[in-house]
Design a protein. Structure first.
Length: 262
């Protein structure tokens, strides 16, 4: 099922033994367009410290009660490696985080989440093959080739990118208003584009597949679509769940093959 990322902001994170804090924002991988981490504001519990929780740990998304239930304890979260969420998250930091929790590195395997296409399945793989060192800072004996600690940064802040301008092949067309993510894989399937400066508040969605380039310095997303092509796109209604019928219509409009057929 496809869901809006903005709807998850403010959700309560619930550990196995109590609350952790509230969802502040997310980090996504700008190479694979996948949500890799939830940034959690711990409030008074850890004096306002922000911590990262990976989708590996999510066991239930309770949308009726605005809660995310995770397989972690409060003690694990409290003792997790400190990561300055106001600075870019490096691969070295990610490796330390994965080592602490006993996760395999998502960037070292053949699938979207390393060992599997879904984080919950990859977490099961980690639980059955990794040494029982979860919750300590000892480095796990994972493949040396996976521990790439280069300075390359590919994690982006969803709240920051949500202000980026969208540039079509023949000019600017609107700005990013939200992201739509797939429940099970945490893949970003669409960017929600607000075109209110041009067409009376119409919102449309575009797939990351149609992005030509992202100018991070200028805060612009360039897409391989014309302004008229975007204007004629089937309108997106955020009050309704996205159906496969709507997606099919969208892809046909742009002359593309749906991701579910690949």
């Amino acid at each position: 099922m496809l869901r809006n990322v903005n709807d998850l902001n403010g959700f309560k994170l619930v550990a196995t033994d109590g609350d952790i804090g509230d969802v502040e924002r997310f980090y996504f991988d700008d190479e694979r367009w996948v949500l890799r981490y939830i940034v959690v504001n711990t409030g008074n519990w850890l004096a306002g410290r922000q911590v990262l929780v990976a989708p590996f740990a999510v066991m239930q998304v309770d949308r009726d009660n605005n809660k995310l239930h995770v397989t972690l304890t409060r003690n694990q979260v409290e003792k997790s490696p400190h990561i300055d969420t106001h600075q870019p998250v490096s691969r070295r930091m990610e490796a330390a985080y994965a080592d602490y929790y006993g996760y395999h590195y998502y960037w070292s395997g053949p699938h979207l989440w390393g060992a599997a296409e879904r984080p919950d399945l990859a977490a099961q793989q980690s639980a059955t093959t990794a040494p029982a060192l979860t919750g300590c800072l000892t480095t796990l004996r994972l493949p040396a080739t996976g521990r790439d600690t280069s300075a390359d940064v590919h994690l982006r802040n969803t709240k920051e990118v949500a202000s980026y301008h969208i540039v079509a092949t023949d000019g600017e067309i609107g700005h990013v208003a939200d992201f739509i993510v797939e429940d099970d894989s945490w893949t970003i399937r669409y960017l929600v584009i607000d075109t209110r400066k041009w067409w009376r508040g119409k919102k449309v969605i575009v797939s990351p597949q149609w992005i030509a380039a992202v100018d991070w310095a200028q805060a612009k997303v360039h897409v391989n679509l014309s302004r008229e092509g975007i204007r004629q796109t089937p309108e997106y209604d955020s009050s309704k769940l996205i159906s496969r019928e709507y997606e099919t219509q969208l892809y046909r409009h742009h002359g593309q093959t749906g991701y579910w057929l690949n």
